[in-house]
Design a binder for this molecule. Structure first.
Ligand SMILES: Cc1cc2nc3c(=O)[nH]c(=O)nc-3n(C[C@H](O)[C@H](O)[C@H](O)COP(=O)(O)OP(=O)(O)OC[C@H]3O[C@@H](n4cnc5c(N)ncnc54)[C@H](O)[C@@H]3O)c2cc1C
Length: 66
């Protein structure tokens, strides 16, 4: 079964956020991960916004051409 990482809107951590990361690509993902793991007290509230579609774990990124 495919696993979705994105959280349903109603289950998301309510704002306001300390940091909003736009894009979950290479730069955004690393930025969000490092901020989330930073040794801060309290932890930062981070929101990651992604405009693209989610590719579930286990899905294939290859396209078949007929
Ligand atoms: C076909 C291909 C092969 C590559 N191969 C390599 C490789 O082998 N090695 C290597 O080092 N690099 C490779 N690169 C380059 C590498 O992918 C990029 O350098 C890297 O992904 C750039 O990171 P980024 O965070 O700037 O952008 P991206 O990784 O492109 O992430 C940007 C994200 O922001 C999202 N976004 C954009 N605008 C908005 C918005 N307004 N609101 C919400 N979300 C938004 C996009 O949907 C995307 O998910 C390759 C690139 C391509 C296209």
């Amino acid at each position: 079964m495919e696993s979705i990482l994105a959280t349903a809107w109603e289950e998301r951590l309510a704002g306001p956020y300390d940091v909003i990361v736009v894009g979950s690509g290479y730069g955004g993902a690393i930025t969000a991960a490092r901020l989330a793991n930073a040794l801060l007290n309290p932890k930062l509230k981070i929101c990651v916004l992604e405009r693209g579609q989610e590719w579930p774990i286990g899905s294939s990124l290859t396209r078949s051409s007929a």
